[in-house]
Design a protein around this ligand. Structure first.
Ligand SMILES: Nc1nc2c(ncn2[C@@H]2O[C@H](COP(=O)(O)OP(=O)(O)OP(=O)(O)O)[C@@H](O)[C@H]2O)c(=O)[nH]1
Length: 333
């Protein structure tokens, strides 16, 4: 029997910072290893794949429609295929933000992988800025991701007051009292330190690892939508997310893209937009935008074959979004 291939799962809710963390790990760790990266996008157009394509990894993107119905088969087949063709020395998995970590773990625990794969690290990236609100409103996915993690890595801690981080940690500890919890801004850590599983890390990091027994200070409220059997919809019994994907050669002035993103933030007529990301051609090169629940930024992007975007949220108004982005040649879930 050969050595089992280590698998690292990097989960986290929409926009938490999974792709950013993977970029850091690929830059700083795994030198000389043959890596297979399995990306699960919720939507029909791949944005993360473009961001990660500059790294020396074998990558496969799964565009999951309905997560709870199709994920298991797609993931299983992608892993079997990679074991056969890529023969990786390490596997990294980035599930979609509206994926359940427990479902990914159950895929890896199937008997067909028993002698081949070993789960090495289960990380959940937690957005320090948005997670208290995500926990209240989208608890079903979020809580599952936190409960099953071995390491909770808080992102964006530099953007919030320490008291807010402390409150978040107390809520996380109610869900998972065992996981290592990292609050240090990532630029102060190396990728190897982040992947380290315990004591060596604790020596010099700002870790919060003591269980908290307090009760939650607020009630968890779930949404009520349920749409089923529809591509582009992730559903459980209580929560529903939709994705709207868009492709177009339309050229944007940066100011027009700024206006578009600020309308997503300020207007409610597009539905509840939680996440949007994409690449569009600008007047002087490509623009890359990221939108997470009201916060957005635009940066220089690498050239793409065509402009594309994905919008994720609840109750999305597709006609309104189509009108907002304009000039769509392909759009739909
Ligand atoms: N300031 C700051 N920004 C961050 C940090 N981590 C991620 N971001 C930003 O948050 C946005 C979303 O980050 P991603 O890495 O794409 O998040 P993701 O979890 O892969 O998002 P999904 O595509 O929804 O799965 C980007 O604009 C990142 O630059 C962090 O630690 N600090």
């Amino acid at each position: 029997m050969g050595k089992k291939i280590p698998v690292t799962i990097i989960s986290g809710f929409l926009g938490a910072g999974k792709t950013t963390l993977i970029q850091k790990l690929l830059e700083e760790c795994f030198q000389g290893e043959r890596i297979f990266l399995l990306e699960n996008e919720f939507g029909r157009v791949g944005i993360d794949g473009s961001l990660l394509s500059q790294y020396k990894v074998e990558m496969r993107e799964i565009y999951s429609g309905c997560i709870c119905c199709s994920l298991k088969g797609d993931f299983t087949n992608a892993l079997i295929d990679a074991l056969d063709k890529v023969k990786p020395q390490r596997i990294l998995i980035e599930p979609t933000g509206v994926g359940k970590l427990s479902e990914i773990i159950s895929v890896l625990e199937q008997s067909i992988f028993q002698d081949k794969l070993a789960i090495d690290q289960i990380i959940t990236v937690v957005d320090a800025q948005k997670s208290l609100s995500f926990l209240k409103n989208f608890g079903e996915f979020f809580k599952d991701q936190v409960r099953r993690a071995k390491t909770l890595i808080l992102s964006k801690t530099q953007k919030v007051a320490w008291q807010e981080v402390q409150t978040l940690i107390q809520e996380l500890r109610i869900l998972n009292s065992e996981a290592l919890c990292v609050t240090t801004p990532w630029n102060q850590l190396t990728g190897t330190q982040i992947l380290s599983k315990g004591t060596s890390l604790e020596k010099y990091l700002n870790l919060v690892n003591s269980p908290v027994s307090a009760k939650p200070t607020f009630r968890i409220k779930f949404g009520t939508q349920h749409r089923s059997g529809h591509s582009g919809v992730a559903h459980t019994t209580k929560e529903a997310f939709q994705s709207w994907s868009w492709e177009s050669p339309k050229v944007f002035k940066e100011a027009a893209l700024e206006k578009l993103l600020s309308r997503l933030e300020k207007e409610t007529s597009f539905g509840t937009v939680i996440r949007a990301k994409g690449f569009v051609p600008g007047l002087n090169g490509w623009l890359h935008f990221e939108y997470v629940s009201g916060d957005w930024n635009i940066s220089t992007g690498s050239p793409q074959s065509i402009g594309r975007a994905v919008v994720i949220g609840q109750g999305l108004q597709e006609e309104r979004l189509k009108h907002l982005f304009g000039g769509a040649v392909y759009e739909g879930c």
